[in-house]
Design a protein around this ligand. Sequence first.
Ligand code: ACO
Length: 430
Amino acid sequence: MSASNYSLINNQTGNKLDLASVQGTLGPVGLDVSKLYGQAGVFTYDPGFASTCSTQSAITYIDGDKGVLLYRGYPVAQLAEKCSFIEVAHLILNGELPNTAELQAFDQTIRKHTMINESLMSFFNGFRYDAHPMAMLTGVVGSLSAFYHDPNATKDEEYRKVFAHRMIAKIPTIAAATFKRHMGQPVMYPKNSLDYCSNLLHMMFAVPAEDYEVNPVAARALDVLFTLHADHEQNASTSTVRMAGSTGTNPYAAIAAGIAALWGPLHGGANEAVLKMLDEIGDVKNVRGFMDKVKDKESGVRLMGFGHRVYKNFDPRATIIREECYKVLKALNVNDPKLELAIRLEEIALSDDYFKQRKLYPNVDFYSGIIYKALGIPVSMFTPMFAVARTVGWVAHWMEMTADPSLRIARPRQVYTGADTRNVVDLAQR
Ligand code: ACO
């Protein structure tokens, strides 16, 4: 914390209040308004938190104007190219890329925790056949809190580590089981000889009656997608995990809250919404008509997979995913007309004044669904895939927050707009 050049002046009284500031390693300064109410009797007002930092964090840095995304200082493009998702998970959790021995130890630890308590299986059977996988994922991850519930545990560093490893290891097992329940197929147990993404593909697509070999192209494609989705600083779901976690609640319950927040179509649910939108448009010849609807505010239609609160130039993840999309479709010999449709939509949007003026660019979800589809993953599983990858970020943020001795419960204020104080009239007189 340091003195800053910023002051607030009350134009009526002339009173001046100097604001201290917080300067991070990169990015704009944060003005410290935490004492504002106590000193000046006013709140700050920032719906949607467009200009508000809720915390200091050393995990991820985004420069939305330049299209920069760094995990622990490393550009995401380099990590996607040179590292496995498990290496990236180690980096995000522990702050450093692992050496060979550290990677082996971390990987083994994650593999060791992939099983889930057998009684959790009966939870899946309780859901209706048509339950959305995200509904099941939210419920079953939340119910992990019934299996791991030491009330003092969050104060213990070792427990926090075990929580992190368990959560990262079990989320693919649970996500795959939601898929099997959805398909009416028997749940496949994890196979710990397989790497993280191969194991997930095995649990989703293998059946007990037949041999199944994981396609390495599919496993690598998933691995890259997971790296790109692993963390994104204080997005809606991560902030939800932090907010829930700030109360000292069970950490598995906090992750379930994050999964619930991710599900919305304005956040992680956008990957599913993009594919549904492409289905609705159907053909390149309908793109213009659809774009007219998007630009008509009355229609309530948005171009899903476009726009971002932070990126106002380009989303670096989208650029990598578009390239990956070409590679994967070619390697798997898939010819998907949806890719052509998406490219046409992007071209038209990027040259249109409506999108240019509002700085709307494709985000991480615009092309990811086309890759998932090429891997044989159904649309309803797109957001659970995102949840598996983002679990690393959620867990890392929860760890960072819980280890911070200055942690306080997250408790925003409001500008009250309801009725003024009034007296209750007796029922007979109302
Ligand atoms: N299609 C059409 N218009 C859009 C879109 C879009 N996808 N996104 C924003 N706009 C317009 C808004 O109507 C608004 O126009 P106005 O200034 O004339 O009122 C302007 O652009 C600014 O939009 P906001 O909604 O104020 O921007 P905000 O930062 O609050 O929202 C969001 C960001 C939610 C991502 C938004 O761009 C959106 O709805 N995109 C589509 C959903 C999506 O792809 N979400 C995934 C985001 S990435 C992730 O979470 C993984």
